[in-house]
Design a protein around this ligand. Structure first.
Ligand code: FAD
Length: 431
């Protein structure tokens, strides 16, 4: 069998929006809304049926970091969740590292906002390839039930989390640590529900019998109405490799009943979570659609944010977002609760993310936002949280608007003083 074959096909061009945002996670949603509010014709494509990314399909149900002053788009999401009693009361980051919300309600809030803003939304639509000429993206190929089609935007923002627009477009990307390229580990999140009876379910006989000695890292967090979220660490797989990612999903799901059995047996005794939740009367309810990917491809941008920038709380003239979450760099080599850095070195002061970290090197009409930003692995472990991802998205959206409005030839031509001014006017606290 020949290892390669050529494939050529004429495809229909379905739109030529000013801006195409690929990926409807928190970063992509925020980018799309921010640009639309600046008067741009925006199309947003998402491979799943719902907006919210890992929060929607990965089961992540808490905003880490500071939830105030993150810019008007994020502030509005929070305000809407508050009105629907779908988020816990505000406390500053210094007092509480994560603010839980109901991710089912989040999906509805985001969709409603996107539709009302007038964003051209295409769900069930996956970006499959990119046509680039002289560092400029000429077309983005997408696939949905209508087949393969092309979109020809003026500017693209890659908010896929995996940096796949940049990667397929031929822009340099990197994954994992510098030596072994091992990405931060994945985790699967599933949910259990209180059915108020002991021995709530029968479990398969051939499950792994975990004990406190051999169980992988498990975290529990209580949700309203008798639900509990369960997250467990999955190691040994590569999220940038299709086959390995597929195996990770299958393996992780094969462990769910084993973890349930373990929790029913041990959680109430060992107090696995700070709340010492007993799940003796809880049964397995459902698992997230997608395994949680903490890191896959990161772009190599005009600036690579490094962990030392975070440690000194570095501020940049082109700072467009503020990160403050600790270095949540779980060790991919062990399934235990261990970090790559020592526990004393996890905290960082508030730091800036420079606009240049959103620009793939030499790109003429491409920006990124969210967890595929240009950063080293440790810097990413902090900057990837949803508050900061949303700030990056808003900045990329406003920057795209400036590129389009002023007919700029490169994202580097954006006047960063003006961009920062716009972001501050729109509610971002950039100190
Ligand atoms: C296990 C785990 C727990 C976490 N816990 C927290 C937490 O408690 N609090 C917190 O703030 N953060 C947490 N994070 C981090 C946070 O969830 C993510 O870093 C954040 O959601 C990143 O947002 P994003 O928009 O950049 O990417 P994503 O949320 O990954 O969104 C990317 C979107 O792009 C879409 N997409 C990808 N490829 C394509 C394509 N080819 N075509 C079309 N669409 C595509 C995806 O479907 C997705 O909707 C956690 C992460 C993990 C993995």
């Amino acid at each position: 069998m020949r290892p390669y074959m050529e494939y050529t096909k004429e495809v229909r061009v379905i739109d030529n929006p000013d801006l195409l945002v690929v990926g409807g996670g928190i970063a992509g949603f925020s980018a799309a809304v921010a640009a639309k509010r600046a008067g741009v014709d925006v199309m947003l494509i998402e491979q799943y049926s719902v907006l919210g990314g890992l929060a929607a399909v990965g089961g992540v149900g808490a905003f880490c970091g500071e939830t105030k002053g993150q810019g008007e788009v994020f502030d509005e999401i929070v305000w809407k969740l508050e009105r629907l009693d779908a988020i816990s009361p505000y406390e500053p980051y210094e007092k509480r590292e994560a603010r839980p919300f109901d991710h089912e309600v989040l999906k509805l809030v985001l969709q409603d906002m996107a539709v009302k803003e007038g964003i051209k939304l295409l769900v069930h639509t996956r970006m499959v390839d990119v046509v680039t000429e002289n560092q400029k993206i000429e077309a983005v190929l997408v696939h949905n039930v209508s087949g393969v089609q092309a979109i020809k935007p003026r500017v693209v923002i890659d908010c896929t989390g995996d940096g796949v627009v940049a990667r397929y477009g031929g822009f340099p990307c990197v994954s994992g640590d510098p030596l072994f390229h091992k990405a931060l580990p994945m985790s699967l999140i599933f949910f259990m529900r209180d059915v108020r009876r002991e021995r709530p379910n029968s479990l398969p006989e051939d499950i792994t019998k975990y004990s406190p000695e051999n169980v992988p890292m498990v975290s529990l967090w209580p949700e309203p109405d008798g639900k509990v979220g369960v997250k467990f660490k999955v190691i040994g797989f590569d999220p940038t490799d299709g086959l390995s990612l597929s195996r990770a999903e299958v393996f992780a799901r094969s462990q769910i009943f084993s973890i349930v059995g373990y929790l029913q047996e041990f959680a109430h005794r060992t107090g696995l979570s700070e709340d010492k939740i007993s799940v003796k009367t809880y049964k397995y309810d459902y698992a997230s659609m997608q395994i949680g990917i903490r890191e896959s491809w990161r772009i190599i941008g005009e600036y690579v944010l490094v962990v030392d920038d975070l440690r000194i709380g570095r501020k940049f003239d082109d700072g467009i977002a503020v990160g403050r979450f600790y270095l949540d760099a779980l060790d991919p080599n062990t399934d235990k609760r261990e970090h790559i850095v020592s526990s004393e070195a996890l905290e960082v002061p508030p730091y800036h993310i420079p606009y240049r970290s959103l620009i793939p090197k030499d790109a003429k009409n491409l920006l990124v936002a969210g967890r595929c930003l240009s950063a080293d692995q440790l810097a990413l472990s902090s900057a990837r949280v949803m508050t900061t991802a949303s700030m990056m998205g808003q900045a990329a959206g406003k920057a795209a608007a400036l590129i389009i409005e002023n007919h700029l030839d490169s994202p580097l031509d954006v006047d960063v003083t003006e961009l920062r001014k716009i972001l501050i006017e729109h509610g971002a606290i950039l100190e």
